[in-house]
Design a binder for this molecule. Structure first.
Ligand code: AMP
Length: 529
C-alpha cells in the first residue's frame, strides 16, 4: 500500500514532524506514529493467530479523534486487517454494538476510555459476547511505548483488492450498511486528492483541518491526504465544535493551511464575523464535499478569504470520498446557476444512466441517474450481497476491469464534461452534511409496538434551514398528549439512531395522506411542516 510506504518514509526522514494534533493538546509525531502502529500491528497479528481468526477480518476501532485511534487504523492496515472506525459521539451505543455484531469480529479496539471511562465500560458491557477481546486505551498507550515488539513486514500489509476500511452509512432497510473500500481505492483516491488546489498551497508541511468524525468518509479526505503528504492533521474535537467560542479559538490555534469540511460546517463558521483570513491567515485551500455547495456560501468565503481557492467536489462513500472536483471561481459563485461539481478524476468516468437498470447513457444536458465507473468504486457492502448486487456492477474502463456504482443521485453532464448534481431519486437526504436514509428512521419507528405506520420527511424552510419530521399513526389507544407521546418516541429513537437522524417534530395522524394512485403522499407531509 503506497500510503503505508509514505508514512514509513516520513517516519525515517521527518520523525519529529507532527502527524496528528488535537485541539485538546494531544500530539503524535511521524516517528511515534510509526512506532505505535508497528507495535499495534504486531499485537493484532499475535492475537488473531492465537484466536485463529481470518487474516483479513475487519477490526472495529471505537473512540473519538485521538492520535492513538489513527495509529490503530495504520496498525490494522499493517497487519493486513481493514479497520472499521466508529465515533463514540456520533454513533449511539446500541448502533455501535449492532455494527460490531454485523462485523462479527472478536477483536475490538475501544479507545474511548481516555476521557470517558463510563463510555468505554458501557460499550464493553453492551457487547453480549465473551469471545470478544477488547483492547482498551491504556493497553494501546502501553503498546505505543513498546520499543521491542513491532511488526514492520510489508508483506503483511493490506494491498490491491484487500479491504482498507469499512465505513457504515445509513441503510434504508433499517440497519446501517458497511461500505468496503479497498487498498487500491484508497491509494488511487489519495493520489488525485493531493493535486486539488495544489498550486495554492504546497502539500509538504501542510496543516489539514479535520472537522468530520472518523465514522464519516469526509474524514478520509483530510486524514488520507495529510499522512500521504507528510502533513499535520489538526483534529477539532466534539467539545470544541459544541461551543462557538471554543471552536473559534481552536480554528485560530490550528494554523490550518488546508480546510476540509462539509459546506454546512463552513456556513456555521461564516455566521461568525471573526471567521476570516485574520483568524486563519495561512488557509489557502478550502475543500468541500458531502453535499451541495451553495453559490452564496462560496461567495461569502471568497469575501472573507480573498486568497483562498475553493474546491467543490462530489462523491459518495461508495466511490471513496470524491470523484469529481472543480475550482469555484468568483464568477461561478456570483452566477444564478447552481455550482457544478467539475470533471471526473482520471481513472473515473461518470455515466448518466437514462434507465433504471443498464448503463445506457443519456445525451449531454439530459437528466439521469449518476453512475460512477472507475478504480475508486468500493467493493460493495459488507455481508450484504443482496444490497451490493442492486447498485454495484462489474464493467471495463480503458481496458481495465473496474466496478460501477449507481449513486441514486440525479444529474447531467454539460458540454465541458462537468457534472451537475440535482438531488436524489430516492429517500436519501443530506441534513447539515449528514447522509440519512429516511427509510431507516421509518423502519425503526414501525418496529416500536405502539407505532402502526410512519413516514419521515425533510422540511426545508425558505431561509434554507431544514429539519426532519416524523408523521406517525399509532397502533391502539393513546393516553398521552401528542407532545408527550412525541417526546417519548424521540427519546426511544435516540437510543438507536445518531443525533442527526432524530426528527425535530413528531406529528400524529389517524391515517397518512395518500396520492390519487394510492401511494404515500410525501409532498403533502413535507408541505404540512
Ligand atoms: P456521503 O456518502 O455521506 O459522502 O454522501 C454522498 C452523497 O452526498 C452523494 O450521493 C450526493 O447525494 C451528496 N453529495 C456529495 N457531494 C456533493 C456535491 N458536491 N454536491 C451535491 N451533492 C453532493
Amino acid at each position: 500500500m503506497e500510503y503505508l510506504e509514505k508514512i514509513s518514509e516520513y517516519a525515517r526522514h521527518i520523525p519529529d514532524r507532527k502527524a496528528v494534533v488535537t485541539d485538546n493538546g494531544v500530539e503524535m509525531t511521524y516517528g511515534q506514529l510509526q512506532a505505535a502502529s508497528e507495535a499495534i500491528a504486531s499485537f493484532i497479528e499475535e492475537l488473531s493467530t492465537k484466536k485463529g481468526l481470518d487474516p483479513h477480518v475487519p477490526i472495529p476501532v471505537y473512540g473519538h479523534k485521538n492520535p492513538l485511534m489513527i495509529a490503530t487504523f495504520v496498525g490494522c492496515l499493517k497487519s493486513g486487517h481493514p479497520y472499521v472506525p466508529i465515533d463514540q459521539h456520533s454513533v449511539p451505543l446500541e448502533r455501535a454494538v449492532g455494527i460490531i455484531g454485523q462485523i462479527g469480529t472478536t477483536i475490538v479496539f475501544d479507545l474511548s476510555s481516555e476521557d470517558e471511562q463510563s463510555g468505554a465500560s458501557a460499550l464493553q458491557a453492551a457487547v453480549d459476547s465473551s469471545d470478544v477481546t477488547f483492547v482498551d486505551y491504556t493497553a494501546v498507550a502501553d503498546l505505543a511505548c513498546n520499543e521491542e515488539h513491532r511488526s514492520s513486514n510489508p508483506e503483511h500489509w493490506v494491498t490491491g483488492e484487500d479491504l482498507a476500511y469499512i465505513l457504515f452509512t445509513s441503510g434504508s432497510t433499517g440497519t446501517p450498511k458497511g461500505v468496503q473500500v479497498t487498498s487500491d481505492c484508497f491509494d488511487n483516491f489519495c493520489r488525485w486528492a493531493l493535486t486539488l488546489g495544489s498550486d495554492a498551497a504546497p502539500r509538504d508541511g501542510a496543516i489539514y483541518l479535520n472537522q468530520a468524525p472518523f465514522s464519516f468518509d469526509l474524514s478520509v479526505y483530510e486524514l488520507a491526504q495529510s499522512l500521504a503528504a507528510g502533513g499535520t492533521l489538526f483534529c477539532l474535537t466534539k467539545a470544541s465544535q459544541d461551543d462557538a467560542r471554543l471552536m473559534l479559538e481552536s480554528l485560530g490555534a490550528s494554523h490550518a493551511t488546508i480546510w476540509v469540511s462539509t459546506p454546512s460546517f463552513a456556513e456555521l463558521c461564516l455566521a461568525n464575523p471573526e471567521f476570516n483570513s485574520d483568524l486563519l491567515p495561512c488557509c489557502k485551500v478550502f475543500l468541500f464535499c458531502g453535499e451541495a455547495l451553495r453559490n452564496t456560501t462560496a461567495a461569502r468565503l471568497q469575501e472573507r478569504f480573498p486568497e483562498g481557492v475553493i474546491v467543490n467536489s462530489y462523491g459518495p462513500t461508495e466511490s471513496t470520498v470524491a470523484v469529481t472536483a472543480t475550482v469555484v471561481s468568483p464568477a461561478m459563485a456570483a452566477a444564478a446557476e447552481p455550482l457544478h461539481c467539475g470533471v471526473p478524476r482520471s481513472g473515473t468516468r461518470i455515466v448518466i444512466a437514462r434507465d433504471e437498470e443498464g448503463l445506457a447513457e443519456a445525451p449531454v444536458g439530459e437528466l439521469g441517474e449518476i453512475v460512477i465507473v472507475g478504480d475508486t468504486v468500493a467493493k460493495g457492502y459488507f455481508g450484504r450481497d443482496d444490497l451490493t448486487s442492486k447498485v454495484f456492477s462489474e464493467t471495463e474502463l480503458n481496458g481495465k476491469a473496474v466496478r460501477a456504482y449507481r449513486t441514486g443521485d440525479e444529474g447531467f453532464l454539460d458540454e465541458e464534461g462537468n457534472l451537475h448534481c440535482r438531488g436524489r431519486i430516492d429517500l436519501q437526504v443530506k441534513l447539515n452534511g449528514f447522509r440519512i436514509e429516511l427509510g431507516e428512521i421509518e423502519q425503526n419507528l414501525v418496529e416500536f409496538p405502539d407505532v402502526k405506520e410512519a413516514a419521515v420527511v425533510m422540511v426545508t424552510k425558505e431561509n434554507g434551514a431544514a429539519h426532519l419530521e416524523a408523521h406517525v399513526v399509532s397502533a391502539g389507544e393513546r393516553t398521552e398528549s401528542d407532545f408527550r407521546e412525541g417526546l417519548a418516541l424521540k427519546n426511544r429513537l435516540k437510543e438507536i439512531l445518531p443525533h442527526y437522524m432524530i426528527p425535530k417534530k413528531v406529528v400524529f395522524h389517524d391515517a397518512l395522506p395518500m396520492t390519487p394512485n394510492g401511494k404515500l403522499d410525501r409532498k403533502a407531509l413535507a408541505n404540512k411542516g
